[in-house]
Design a protein around this ligand. Structure first.
Ligand SMILES: Nc1nc2c(ncn2[C@@H]2O[C@H](COP(=O)(O)OP(=O)(O)OP(=O)(O)O)[C@@H](O)[C@H]2O)c(=O)[nH]1
Ligand SMILES: [Mg+2]
Length: 306
C-alpha cells in the first residue's frame, strides 16, 4: 500500500472531520469570492490547521484567483493542495550518512517514542544496517524491558542500565558499544517528560552534549515525537523541546486515531521543523516517511467523494 492509500486509511477520522468542514464549503463552491474565502478559513480552523495557517492559505488563494481561473471544484482543490503543501517544510528523510549516526528521540509522556524507535530500528535493519538502541529512559525498569522487546523484534542491539541510572551514562556506553561493534545507527530512547520541567529538560541537554562530544563527526537527528491527538498544544511542546535539544524533525504519531490530522499542516508550516515521519498504527510497519503533497491530497475531499 502506498503512502496515499495508507494515509487515507489511517486518516479516516481526520478525513471525515476535514471533509465535513472543508467538504461542505467546497461542495457549495460557485466562485472564489470573499464569502468563500471566509468560509474556507473557518473550515480550516475547524479542521485544526491552525488560525495562522488558515489565514495565510486564504491570502494565497485570493492572490492566485486573480492570476488564474479557478472555476471548478477540482481546480479549487488543486489550488488548495498546492498552497497547503507549499506552506509546509520540504520533505526530507533522516540523514544517517556519517556513521555511526545518532537519532535522539524525545517528547512528552506516552506520545509513542519507544514504539517509533522500534519501527525505525526494524526499517533500518531491513535495509541491512546494524542498529544499536540506547535505553536512556531509566525512569522505569519497564521502559528498558519494552525497548528490549522492540530490539528483539527489529533485530537490533541494545544497551541498558538499571532503573534510576544516569541517562547520559547509558548514551555514553551505547556509543562506546556501537563503535566497538561497528554499528551504523544508534537510536536513543528517552523518558517522557513535561516540556515545562526545567530539570528534565536539562537532562536532555546533557544527553545532547554527550553525543556531540563523543561523535563530533556523526550524522545527528533529534526527533520530537508528537501525538496528533493533542492538537494545538503540540506547537508549544515543540517550542520548548527545541530549546533543550535542537530539533531536526518531527514524528507525528497516532494519526490513525484522530480527527485532528490537520495539525500536521500547522506544525510543518509554523515551526520551521519538517515532519519526517507519521505513525499510523501500533504495528512495526505503521511508520511512513512523510510526503506533504500526498498528505494534503489525502486530506482534501475529492469531487463525488462525500
Ligand atoms: N494507534 C496508534 N498507537 C500508537 C502509535 N504510536 C504509538 N502508539 C501507542 O501509544 C502507546 C504509547 O506508546 P509508547 O511508544 O510506549 O510511548 P512513549 O512515548 O515511549 O511513552 P513513555 O516512554 O511512557 O513516555 C502504546 O500503546 C503504543 O502502542 C500510532 O502511530 N498509532
Ligand atoms: Mg517510552
Amino acid at each position: 500500500m502506498g503512502f496515499f492509500d495508507k494515509i487515507k486509511q489511517g486518516l479516516k477520522k481526520t478525513t471525515a472531520a476535514v471533509s465535513e468542514s472543508l467538504g461542505d464549503v467546497m461542495a457549495a463552491f460557485v466562485k472564489v469570492d470573499e464569502d468563500l474565502l471566509e468560509e474556507l478559513e473557518e473550515a480550516m480552523i475547524l479542521a485544526d490547521l491552525g488560525a495562522a495557517t488558515a489565514s495565510k492559505a486564504v491570502d494565497q488563494l485570493r492572490d492566485r484567483a486573480k492570476h488564474e481561473r479557478i472555476e471548478t471544484r477540482e481546480e479549487l482543490r488543486t489550488a488548495l493542495c498546492d498552497i497547503l503543501a507549499g506552506m509546509m517544510q520540504e520533505d526530507s528523510g533522516l540523514d544517517v550518512s556519517s556513521e555511526p549516526a545518532v537519532i535522539l528521540v524525545i517528547g512528552v509522556n506516552g506520545v509513542g517514542k519507544t514504539t517509533t524507535i522500534g519501527k525505525l530500528a526494524a526499517s533500518y535493519a531491513a535495509q541491512g544496517k546494524r542498529v544499536m538502541l540506547a535505553a536512556a529512559d531509566t525512569f522505569r525498569a519497564a521502559a528498558a524491558d519494552q525497548l528490549t522487546i522492540w530490539a528483539k523484534r527489529a533485530g537490533a542491539d541494545i544497551v541498558r542500565h538499571g532503573e534510576g541510572a544516569d541517562p547520559a551514562a547509558v548514551v555514553f556506553d551505547s556509543i562506546a558499544a556501537a563503535k566497538a561493534r561497528g554499528c551504523d545507527i544508534i537510536i536513543v530512547d528517552t523518558a517522557g517528560r513535561l516540556h515545562n520541567k526545567a530539570n528534565l529538560m536539562n537532562e536532555l541537554n546533557k544527553i545532547d552534549r554527550v553525543i556531540a562530544r563523543e561523535l563530533p563527526d556523526s550524522s545527528r537527528e533529534t526527533l520530537l515525537v508528537l501525538d496528533a491527538t493533542t492538537g494545538q498544544n503540540a506547537v508549544s511542546q515543540a517550542e520548548q523541546f527545541n530549546k533543550a535539544a535542537k530539533l531536526t524533525g518531527i514524528v507525528l504519531t497516532k494519526l490513525d486515531g484522530t480527527a485532528k490530522g490537520g495539525i500536521v499542516v500547522a506544525i510543518s508550516a509554523g515551526l520551521g521543523v519538517p515532519v519526517k515521519y507519521v505513525g499510523v498504527g501500533e504495528g512495526i510497519d505503521d511508520l511512513m516517511p512523510f510526503e506533504r503533497r500526498a498528505f494534503v491530497e489525502a486530506l482534501l475531499p475529492v469531487e463525488g467523494d462525500e
